[in-house]
Design a binder for this molecule. Structure first.
Ligand SMILES: [Zn+2]
Ligand SMILES: [Zn+2]
Length: 833
């Protein structure tokens, strides 16, 4: 009897695909029947989008309902055997899109490393460690053709399709990636350079007992070569098991104790040994780590005990520990405990703190169990960490804000260090998320505990602790009984009268620098403004050079001898004549790090001075080498922007000088006092260590200012009290939530009109909220786009946030539908920082 099963009895499946595009919807594609049993939520799929584009999307769900008004295209290829994105992550993406008023596609784009998003713009290169002859895999004819071509060229996706004469090449690329033959990368990013290691092993002919016996006979008269072979056999026990020969030994390990390199080379020439290269993963096989013993002081032990206790009642706990109190040791202990219970751990740090000492220190303790996720890494390195977390090989990641997107499935603990730091907030592009707040949501999804750490907690955070929403643990003593620095003010008004100011430096600061240098101690100078001078002007007519694209004056950079826009990068040469009145009296006004560096070199010609700001640290190594030179004492004075305030521990810094405290405090923003308090306290914390009390000199023209008084006496609580009362009175966070809406348009009038229309509509339709504006933001034009902003203040607790956001979005869409505003862009920033 014939069993007849018609092909069409199989159901037709459709998949909703999330694509990395700023359109707020999912797209329906048809699943090819052969993939019916393989499609799963969270897998990456390749689809055609529009006429020409090919994109990688995520399968969001699978069902049997065809789309109503169009015919679904087929999915071209499913890239993963197992999901690349977990269910918890998809929930998290959805939350982020809703909360921060952006699309899921934008969230996905921020979340996935580019290396996971194959598109028609992707480039393909041969894997540097691949050799067609030596590979153990079999290759089809087409694959071989492509691999031969790639030996000479790097090709784009479409070039490959053309070269092979095939329309869809995903299955070929997928197969080759699986065989480690090729690497995909985005054109804009650097190519993948795997870390390789040279190793030595016996040749196949030599890796036999008889052959080795013969060899020793011939070597009896060549003791040097003999000792090389003996050393090898000692380190790599091939006689015990010949398979041990496969991975051999590194050259470095072989050439110890007087083993001669030239003898090794002779043996290689004589075909006894061979040299080969292996690719070493970025994480995983680093040197075995020392078994660490972290000894906590009594103070730290007490704090740790309190944290455990606090976790019994609060999922979120704030560790308020003064600078130098040894929070890191406590973190290390907590991480170890969490890992022992088999949970995953995420340790978040602000961007700039990550390249420094702390990572070295954690590496020593956790070795290969820890992954590092950093924006200065290449995409392929990020993909390695991503896959390490996904496969469960990596249980612990230390990373910057984007590591909240990693595919954890069993997070037990999140530590957010320096939780007050503004760099946790992503400004551009969407999603404009705050990694601290997003991590709190992540923790909720995983039922994980969160420890927030800071010497200067954000006002919002401290408020929640005070309200008993978060637990609170204090660490008030510096580690090892070191003392907090003595802070003094240099009264610039007074010094001006007495004429003791030289250039930008007060007499008091100069005197202290001189003393510190004579004692061979180190000095940090903090000025939160890079460049030489923030402004150039004509002394006769007052002309100030402005950026041609933005409403800002140009900053003079001496080392480039150019005036530069810090917003769009525009630059022009410094003019010798004023273009308005032809005067030659062109001068610079104000000062940045570059000018301070120059003045320091004049005042202290024998001291070595280094500068650390965006201009001197564009490369990863630039940053590391400045730190290293300061650490080893080659540099005596370090001048820098807020980079110098973060995560650095130096032993010999006895003095910190703070410039322009006034500008920080008087910046027109409701957070300016908080910022000033945090920055100055953090940089002050760099002064003085174990055995010596440090000193901090703050230059100011308002020595009576209450913020400075609080800083002087290390009075966080008093500062907080004053600040929180002020916020309450003016209904700022934490007593309200803010949404800042920015309208951008190339035409000034259209920009204003659109903002006015939006504000009016919102006033009519939104009840119980305050709408401020529209008004010009401080910088009213950037990159030739005019800006207008509307600020919405939503009282906390009383209003339905979801509903408010929906109404806002509806009215934004309506404004954008108007023909005259077609080219406007409207951006929502929820909880702006
Ligand atoms: Zn002039
Ligand atoms: Zn500009």
């Amino acid at each position: 009897m014939e069993i007849f099963e018609p092909e069409d009895s199989r159901s037709t499946l459709f998949a909703e695909i999330l694509l990395p595009v700023p359109i707020p919807k999912l797209f329906t594609y048809r699943v090819p029947a052969k993939l019916n049993d393989h499609v799963r939520t969270g897998q990456r799929a390749i689809v055609q989008f529009g006429d020409r584009k090919v994109l990688t999307g995520l399968i969001y769900n699978v069902h049997e309902t065809p789309p109503k008004d169009y015919e679904a295209k087929y999915i071209l290829e499913v890239l993963d055997e197992f999901p690349s994105v977990t269910d918890v992550q998809l929930k998290f993406f959805q939350w982020m899109a809703d909360y921060y008023m952006c699309t899921m596609g934008e969230v996905m784009n921020a979340a996935l490393p580019a290396g996971l998003k194959l598109s028609s713009e992707s480039m393909v290169q041969l894997h540097p460690a691949f050799s067609l002859e030596e590979s153990e895999h079999a290759f089809s004819e087409k694959e071989q053709m492509l691999l031969k071509r790639l030996q000479h060229d790097t090709l784009t996706y479409s070039e490959i399709a053309k070269f092979l004469g095939v329309k869809y090449i995903y299955s070929i690329l997928k197969s080759l990636t699986g065989k480690n033959a090729i690497v995909l990368f985005e054109e804009v990013k650097e190519k993948y350079k795997p870390r390789t290691e040279k190793r030595i092993r016996l040749t196949a002919e030599m890796n036999k007992e008889e052959a080795l016996e013969e060899l020793f006979k011939t070597l009896s008269s060549k003791p040097k070569q003999e000792s090389v072979v003996l050393k090898y056999l000692q380190e790599v026990p091939v006689l015990h098991d010949h398979a041990n020969n496969k991975t051999g030994i590194t050259k470095k390990d072989l050439l110890t104790d007087d083993i001669s390199e030239s003898s090794l080379h002779t043996l290689i020439k004589n075909n006894v040994f061979e040299e080969f290269e292996i690719v070493v993963p970025r994480f995983g096989f680093e040197e075995a780590h020392e078994v660490p013993v972290v000894l906590l002081s009594e103070e730290q032990q007490r704090a740790q005990g309190e944290i455990f206790k606090s976790f019994e009642q609060h999922n979120i706990t704030l560790l308020h520990g003064i600078t130098g109190s040894g929070k890191t040791e406590i973190y290390i202990n907590l991480i170890k405990k969490a890992l022992e219970s088999d949970a995953q751990v995420l340790y978040l740090l602000p961007e700039i703190a990550l390249t420094t000492q702390i990572v070295q220190r954690l590496k020593k303790v956790f070795g290969p169990a820890m992954g590092v996720y950093h924006s200065k890494f290449s995409d392929n390195e990020r993909v390695e960490v991503w896959n390490g977390v996904l496969s469960g090989k990596l249980k612990f990641v230390t990373g910057v804000r984007s590591s909240v997107f990693l595919p954890f499935d069993n997070l037990g603990l999140i530590i957010i260090d320096e939780e007050h730091d503004a760099s946790y907030k992503q400004q551009e592009p969407a999603p404009r998320y705050h990694a601290r707040d997003a991590a709190l949501v992540m923790a909720q999804l995983h039922h994980a505990k969160v420890l927030l750490g800071s010497a200067t907690p954000a006002v919002e955070t401290y408020y929640h602790a005070e309200q008993n929403k978060y637990g609170l643990v204090r660490l008030d003593k510096r580690f090892g009984d070191a003392q907090l620095p003595e802070i003094v003010l240099a009264d610039m008004g007074e010094e001006r009268k007495r004429k003791t100011i030289k250039g930008e430096f007060s007499g008091l600061l100069l005197k202290n620098i001189g003393e510190a240098l004579s004692l061979k101690e180190q000095v940090i100078i903090f000025q939160n403004r890079r460049g030489y001078s923030p402004m150039v002007n004509c002394e006769d007519c007052g002309w100030v050079p402005k950026c041609v694209n933005c409403a800002v004056s140009l900053t003079y950079h001496q080392f480039r001898n150019a005036m530069v826009c810090h917003y769009c990068g525009y630059r022009e040469a410094l003019k010798s004549n004023c273009p308005v009145c032809t005067s030659t009296r062109i001068t610079t006004v104000g000062y940045g790090t570059e000018k301070l560096e120059e003045e320091l070199k004049l005042h202290f010609p024998d001291a070595s001075v280094q500068r650390m700001d965006l201009d001197t640290t564009r490369s990863k190594t630039g940053y590391d080498s400045i730190i290293e030179q300061f650490e080893t004492g080659q540099t005596q004075v370090l001048v820098g922007t807020q980079m110098v305030t973060k995560g650095l521990d130096f032993d010999k810094v006895s003095l910190v000088g703070v410039f322009n405290a006034d500008r920080m405090m008087h910046f027109p923003d409701f957070r300016s006092y908080e910022r000033a308090y945090q920055l100055i306290t953090q940089v002050s914390g760099r002064a003085g260590r174990r055995d010596k009390k440090g000193k901090v000199v703050i230059q100011t023209s308002s020595p009576e200012h209450p913020v400075l008084t609080h800083i002087l006496h290390h009075h966080y609580q008093e500062f907080y009290r004053r600040e929180v009362d002020d916020r309450k009175q003016h209904s700022y966070p934490p007593f309200s939530r803010l949404i800042e809406i920015t309208v951008k348009h190339i035409d000034k009038k259209a920009c204003r009109d659109a903002a006015v229309m939006l504000a009016e509509q919102l006033r009519t339709h939104l009840q119980g909220v305050r709408i401020l504006g529209p008004g010009e933001p401080m910088i009213s034009k950037i990159r030739n786009q005019f800006l207008m902003s509307v600020l919405i203040k939503i009282p906390r607790g009383k209003s339905d946030l979801v509903q408010i956001k929906t109404i806002i979005q509806q009215h934004i869409d309506q404004v954008l539908k108007e023909k005259i505003f077609r080219n406007a862009r409207i951006i929502c920033d929820v909880d702006p920082v």
